[in-house]
Design a protein around this ligand. Sequence first.
Ligand SMILES: NC(=O)c1ccc[n+]([C@@H]2O[C@H](COP(=O)([O-])OP(=O)(O)OC[C@H]3O[C@@H](n4cnc5c(N)ncnc54)[C@H](O)[C@@H]3O)[C@@H](O)[C@H]2O)c1
Ligand SMILES: [Zn+2]
Ligand SMILES: [Zn+2]
Length: 347
Amino acid sequence: MKALVYHGPGRKVWGNVPKPEIVDATDAIVRVDSVTICGTDLHILKGDVPAVTDGRILGHEAVGTVESVGSGVRNVAVGDRVLVSCITACGACRYCRAGSYGQCIGGGGWILGHRIDGTQADYVRVPFADTSTYPVPAGVTDEQLLMMADILPTGYEVGVLNGNVGPGDVVAIVGAGPIGLSAMMGARLYSPAHVVAIDLADSRLEAAKGFGADIVINNGREDALAIVRDLTDGLGADVAVEAVGVPATFELATQLVRPGGHVANIGVHGQPATLHLEDLWIRNVTIRTGLVDTSSTPTLLRLAQGHQIDPGRFITHRFDLDQFDEAYDIFARAGDTGALKVVLARV
Ligand SMILES: NC(=O)c1ccc[n+]([C@@H]2O[C@H](COP(=O)([O-])OP(=O)(O)OC[C@H]3O[C@@H](n4cnc5c(N)ncnc54)[C@H](O)[C@@H]3O)[C@@H](O)[C@H]2O)c1
Ligand SMILES: [Zn+2]
Ligand SMILES: [Zn+2]
């Protein structure tokens, strides 16, 4: 079969590799029908995620068709169409029993395209298939579903739920990439007073207007703190979401939040950020971090089925399953190409 194989920083090859086989009784082999690329895949290609080693097949998001199952798989059958989630869940460990699948200590968590071979391939081995896949529901397209493998639950769980967004809130979201946009889409479900999008790229701010932001700020030339304070009688945002992953944006989020408010950090950080406790200690601020659990996937599926959210909005570019070079190129140059999410589908 063909797969996109990582060969160290900056090197990836779409080439022939052995087809995966069932290893554990709880495995399924899934034929990949459509797949996408994540900003995290770009981090990996930059060498930012050293756990990903030479020879690893990339990718942690897919919709596919079950080709075979191990003897211990109960709920997933050959021929079923499924969403393969970015988070694998053993279903039995302490964290899985609490719905914190991202923290799974029973062999799951974020493993696909990270610690084991991933989804950017003709076929993928999915461990713990019963608890790590979702059946394709009626009335939701593969493209819409693919957005539920990672970005939508991430924005919703780590941004909106951790940020405790409520009716009437002013929600400031720093970073309007796919993750920040997902947080905007999710925040709108709670009827906030304002959703403020903050980014350096005008193209991303333009996109933000379509995802629920009613105020957009280019913090390359505008003073985000002053604008948010003006909007909130000098107090600051009820919720500040960080969706970039650099020290400056984390520090901005902690400045934007009002006393008693919530900061929700989504960004993956590779560098230390300064926590200004000398300013923050007196402000009753809650700061939360998180890796997505994808425990909200069933909720998001129902919202899509009920037309309360349109996950298809993220898709800006479409490719055939063997066009990974082209798709990565477009996705990596998002500033120029306007890419939000790209989909590669079997024709
Ligand atoms: N916590 C999790 O479970 C989880 C899951 C998936 C992704 N992530 C992380 O979320 C972050 C966002 O992901 P994405 O795919 O949307 O990334 P992206 O690179 O597409 O978007 C980031 C946006 O931030 C903007 N930006 C950069 N510097 C800025 C600054 N100083 N001020 C304001 N805006 C700035 C960029 O213009 C861009 O639009 C990444 O760090 C990613 O790794 C976290
Ligand atoms: Zn991802
Ligand atoms: Zn577990």
